[in-house]
Design a protein around this ligand. Structure first.
Ligand SMILES: Cc1cc2nc3c(=O)[nH]c(=O)nc-3n(C[C@H](O)[C@H](O)[C@H](O)COP(=O)(O)OP(=O)(O)OC[C@H]3O[C@@H](n4cnc5c(N)ncnc54)[C@H](O)[C@@H]3O)c2cc1C
Length: 291
């Protein structure tokens, strides 16, 4: 097995599909976008490198950010820098801009893509809780055609996804809701170049202009606390229909600390993760309630 596999650079999506369909379990073919995750694996220390790589970078069809009817749609090759600079993202989904700004540092943001973050399926991927919290849908494509998978059904296990080996993430579609508010928090060792110990996105609907009214359709999504990004359903139930008061914040933080079952690993202890998650949820509710 060569250390540097041959690279195919398709001119069209159809060519990319055909190249990916040529993979087998013994000779897997993998797509590469920005390469910020995949390149790290090519030395072979983390398992066998793929037999062949399909370079997506030249596929313009996988780029672009548009607001299309009632949804924000981002091509899979959208970089974190593009998200940070996008007027549409800033206007319609500032929580994704915050998540993009928290990733790595400028070099990684210039090259790392949203599609790569999703497909890499690390439980510490910083955009993944945001995508879960805002009910994103992923459009996948292959020689068999296109299909849509909701974020909540996409990450099926530790670094496993609902994608077939020859499928590509084509775009990410996020429904836009007038009355939705959302918040993002990341806890790492430093402000930059830091993989999350805990990362959280909270989304809710509220018609009170000052943010003090009851929350509905609450989503509390977390990364780095389980083998996949997760929703904290018991905590969501505590918040559903409740206004962001001090009592509600205390109850929700307690519920979250009771609900999470994180692990000890090189980045953090389970106890710290549980405590930090509860504190950042409490702060999110406090800020939303303006107290
Ligand atoms: C120094 C450093 C710091 C980092 N910091 C962070 C951080 O703070 N937060 C964070 O979340 N991540 C971080 N990362 C990880 C990485 O930058 C992100 O996960 C990034 O989004 C990966 O995107 P990419 O385009 O580079 O993916 P690639 O490396 O090109 O691909 C990653 C995986 O996704 C697959 N893939 C890529 N695009 C597609 C597609 N369109 N369809 C199907 N499969 C696809 C590839 O086959 C591969 O398995 C860091 C990485 C480095 C090296």
């Amino acid at each position: 097995m060569p250390i540097e596999p041959p690279v195919v650079s398709p001119a069209t999506i159809a060519d990319a599909y055909a190249a990916l369909a040529g993979g087998t379990p013994d000779a897997p073919v993998r797509p590469i976008a920005g390469g910020t995750d995949l390149m790290v694996t090519l030395a072979g220390d983390l398992g066998d490198p793929p037999a062949r790589i399909v370079d997506l970078w030249g596929l313009e069809a996988l780029r672009g950010i548009v607001v299309d009817g009632t949804a924000l749609s981002l091509g899979a090759l959208t970089t974190f820098t593009e998200i940070r600079h996008s007027a549409l993202c800033r206007e319609h989904l500032p929580v994704l801009v915050e998540a993009a700004a928290s990733i790595g540092a400028a070099q990684i943001q210039n090259r790392g893509t949203l599609g790569g973050n999703i497909a890499n399926a690390s439980p510490a991927g910083d955009t993944l809780p945001v995508l879960l919290a805002v009910d994103a849908r992923f459009v996948l494509g292959s020689v068999r055609g296109e299909r849509e998978v909701p974020a909540k059904a996409f990450w099926t296990g530790y670094r496993r996804t609902a994608m077939a080996p020859d499928e590509l993430v084509l775009k990410i579609v996020i429904p836009l809701l007038q009355d939705r508010r959302a918040s993002f928090r990341k806890v790492g060792t430093r402000r930059a170049q830091s993989i999350s110990k805990v990362v959280m996105a909270v989304a809710w609907r509220s018609d009170a202009i000052d943010g003090s009214g009851p929350w509905h359709d609450v989503r509390v999504a977390l990364g780095s606390v389980a083998p996949t990004p997760i929703r904290a359903s018991r905590t969501e139930a505590v918040l559903e229909g409740a206004a962001p008061t001090a009592d509600v914040a205390d109850a929700a933080a307690d519920a979250l600390a009771g609900e999470l079952v994180p692990i000890d690993d090189v980045r953090s202890t389970a106890g710290y993760r549980r405590l930090a998650a509860a504190r950042i949820l409490h702060r999110c509710i406090r800020e939303a309630g303006g107290w």
